[in-house]
Write a protein that binds this ligand. Structure first.
Ligand SMILES: *[C@@H]1O[C@H](CO)[C@@H](O)[C@H](O)[C@H]1NC(C)=O
Ligand SMILES: *[C@@H]1O[C@H](CO)[C@@H](O)[C@H](O)[C@H]1NC(C)=O
Ligand SMILES: *[C@@H]1O[C@H](CO)[C@@H](O)[C@H](O)[C@H]1NC(C)=O
Ligand SMILES: *[C@@H]1O[C@H](CO)[C@@H](O)[C@H](O)[C@H]1NC(C)=O
Ligand SMILES: *[C@@H]1O[C@H](CO)[C@@H](O)[C@H](O)[C@H]1NC(C)=O
Ligand SMILES: *[C@@H]1O[C@H](CO)[C@@H](O)[C@H](O)[C@H]1NC(C)=O
Length: 299
């Protein structure tokens, strides 16, 4: 029962805060849905961008009519499988995957993340595999690890072959004279299940490379900047607006109960000072999201 007390003490503060609600763009606190997905800060639906930009710039999602949730990364589209707000992980899969026959997963673009500045990063659960399409050379002849894909050739007289390098290698691939090389992140655990163990015994499951790619991979998201970290630690919400004259092309705003600021929320505003500071910090941060987590965990 002890945790209830700080929450009760906080109620008057929250009511006051409610009065200042227009200080925030609605996207800071609102939980929206798309199909089965619940979308909340730091993600935002790009259709609601006009009500202000609360959330991280790289995490604008679009919701398609059929309830498919799309994460664009450098204008390439990834389908969102799951967002885990507790672990900051979003599971996605490439929407471009064409499977020509069971054996030939056709991809068209590499995942492009700017490692220095991206709000999204690959996780340690991910592993790469490399697809080489329509090659003039027989790669199996050079590399014993290469697997030939079946069903990629365009007709009886097509002598070009397509391959997979399960180790995700890309160096030296020009030598094989392939039309296209694509590196695909996949979950390491799926890859291990399908690729023969070193002893040479047959794979244990019926995974195909198309299945492994279709099952997707994980990205982790974070504040990416000290500025946003500082704002969130002060119980604010980070927002960004386009501004060509700012060095990053984005103007940062920290949305606080007291209104938007350019830095962080003042930690000891108004009534908060009368109450124990730590308990406020703990409960204030959890309150808006607690209901949401409880809901998602039931599924
Ligand atoms: C939202 O994202 C989708 C997919 O990337 C894009 O087609 C659409 O134009 C975007 N809408 C807005 C308002 O930015
Ligand atoms: C993907 O990345 C590899 C290695 O960096 C490169 O050789 C290849 O051309 C890229 N493919 C595409 C479609 O951009
Ligand atoms: C997978 O490829 C990306 C670049 O496409 C690279 O940054 C990443 O480190 C690679 N991951 C692994 C596990 O090799
Ligand atoms: C490619 O080379 C491998 C290994 O030398 C051989 O087993 C296979 O038959 C060759 N494939 C084609 C299409 O020539
Ligand atoms: C693989 O597929 C075959 C035929 O569809 C099935 O009989 C077999 O049980 C499957 N094996 C595994 C490990 O799922
Ligand atoms: C864009 O940023 C510059 C420099 O930080 C600032 O002076 C200007 O007011 C901003 N413009 C808008 C529209 O916010």
């Amino acid at each position: 029962m002890a945790p209830l007390l700080p929450i009760l003490l906080l109620l008057p503060v929250l009511l006051l805060v409610g009065g200042a609600a227009d200080a925030f763009p609605a996207s800071c606190r609102k939980v929206t849905t798309c199909g089965e997905h619940e979308i909340s800060y730091p993600f935002w639906l790009n259709s609601s961008a006009s009500d202000g930009n609360c959330g991280y710039p790289g995490l604008g999602l679009s919701c398609e009519d059929d309830g498919t949730l799309i994460l664009p990364v450098h204008s390439h589209r990834y389908r969102v499988v799951l967002i885990d707000y507790d672990t900051n992980i979003v599971a996605v899969s490439d929407t471009d995957l064409d499977v020509y026959g069971a054996g030939c997963p056709r991809l068209h673009a590499n995942l492009t993340l700017d490692y220095a500045s991206s709000w999204l990063q690959l996780t340690s659960s991910d592993s790469n595999i490399t697809f080489l399409y329509n090659c003039r050379k027989n790669i199996s002849w050079f590399l014993s690890s290469a697997r030939e894909l079946s069903g990629c050739s365009q007709g009886e007289y097509d002598t070009k072959r397509s391959y997979v390098l399960p180790d995700g290698a890309t160096t030296g691939t020009e030598a094989y004279e392939c039309e296209e090389v694509v590196v695909a992140p996949v979950l390491g655990v799926h890859k291990t299940e399908m690729v023969d163990p070193p002893g040479g015994s047959p794979p244990l499951t019926n995974w195909t490379f198309g299945g492994v790619v279709g099952a997707g991979f994980q990205l982790t998201y974070n504040t990416h900047s000290e500025q946003c970290d500082r704002c969130e630690k002060s119980h604010g919400w980070c927002g960004y607006q386009r501004n060509e004259s700012a060095s990053s092309g984005l103007r940062f705003t920290c949305f606080c109960d007291g209104g938007p600021t350019t830095d962080r929320c003042s930690t000891c505003a108004a009534l908060s000072c009368c109450l124990d500071k730590t308990s406020i910090e703990n409960s204030a941060r959890r309150l808006p999201t607690a209901g949401f987590f409880a809901k998602t965990k039931k599924n």
